[in-house]
Write a protein that binds this ligand. Structure first.
Ligand SMILES: [Zn+2]
Length: 84
């Protein structure tokens, strides 16, 4: 049940400010779970805070997806050439 938002962040791969999908920690949910488990959930909440919010550049994701599709298409064309 992750919450995502889009932010403009400098991407070292693109060397530009690009839209990034950022996973947000749902602190309200962690608070409720900590109270419901009498504090046992607090360690998991702290791990979520320490690990931080992963960010993913949308332009890099699109470029990697395009490269994967081209590689897959190349393999399929290669297989078709091999059958002749
Ligand atoms: Zn990027």
């Amino acid at each position: 049940m992750a919450v995502y938002e889009t932010r403009l962040i400098a991407c070292p791969m693109c060397q530009a400010v690009t839209p990034h999908e950022v996973r947000k920690t749902n602190h309200g949910l962690h608070l409720v779970l900590t109270l419901m488990t009498f504090g046992l959930w607090l360690s998991i909440w702290l791990i979520a805070i320490v690990l931080g919010n992963p960010k993913q550049c949308q332009q890099c994701v699109a470029r990697l997806h395009q490269q994967a599709m081209q590689a897959q298409l190349g393999q399929q064309l290669g297989r078709l050439d091999g059958r002749r």
